[in-house]
Design a protein around this ligand. Structure first.
Ligand SMILES: CC(C)(COP(=O)(O)OP(=O)(O)OC[C@H]1O[C@@H](n2cnc3c(N)ncnc32)[C@H](O)[C@@H]1OP(=O)(O)O)[C@@H](O)C(=O)NCCC(=O)NCCS
Length: 185
């Protein structure tokens, strides 16, 4: 897996040194509000996550998300493919941009666009899907912008902040992604 470069973002393999930042972000309630995480995470939990991640199938190893900063790069989050089905050529994605100060600047949109390019052009996927909480409008808008289509709602499938919430299923097919690419040329 080589580094995936975009205009402002690059996706690279996760390194041991990244874990400290991840530890900070997975304990930030504003970040985890949109994620399946709900318990405090220790540094040991995060280190174990890193060890397990390094033993995952190559296509499912998480990426560190870096943004351009001056002449270098700054870590802002991570993202991954999972539940890869090599017969159906499908997979799910997940993303966390933990650096809140740079939310709403289009960096999530660029990251997902790079993941889609990688998924369709490199991993030969035909379908990329995701699950997003109904009360995460920023994430839903991000996915819509890159062409994800709403497929359905899992009713009261999550319990957060003392109440049950819905989970939305979204996906994009290779044909839809290619059609959008032609349109944007
Ligand atoms: C979700 C996430 C990846 C989005 O990344 P980002 O860089 O903030 O997103 P972008 O700037 O590319 O796009 C955000 C869009 O949502 C819009 N938005 C933000 N808050 C919104 C709200 N409350 N209601 C509606 N739209 C909203 C922004 O205006 C922007 O749309 P626009 O370009 O049409 O103006 C990032 O915020 C994140 O990782 N959050 C924490 C973890 C998380 O929730 N992960 C997703 C789990 S499914």
């Amino acid at each position: 897996m080589s580094i995936v470069y975009g205009e402002r973002i690059r996706l690279r393999a996760v390194e041991q040194e990244d874990v400290k930042k991840f530890f900070e972000w997975v304990n930030d309630p504003e970040v985890t509000q949109g994620l399946t995480l709900y318990l405090p995470m220790s540094m040991t939990d995060e280190e174990r996550w890193f060890e397990r991640a390094s033993t995952r199938a190559p296509d499912e190893k998480p990426f560190a998300i870096d943004m351009r900063a001056g002449d270098g790069w700054r870590l802002i989050g991570n993202c991954t493919f999972f539940d890869m089905d090599t017969v159906a050529h499908s997979a799910e994605i997940g993303i966390m941009i933990g650096e809140k100060s740079i939310w709403n600047q289009g960096l999530g949109t660029e990251t997902i666009s790079l993941l889609l390019r990688h998924g369709f052009e490199t991993l030969n996927l035909n379908r990329i899907s995701l699950k997003v909480y109904s009360d995460n409008p920023r994430a839903r808008r991000t996915y819509e912008k890159v062409g994800f289509v709403h497929e359905g709602t899992l009713r009261q499938a999550v319990y957060k902040r003392g109440r049950f919430g819905n989970v939305e299923l979204m996906s994009i097919l290779r044909s839809e992604w290619e059609a959008r690419r032609k349109e944007n040329r």
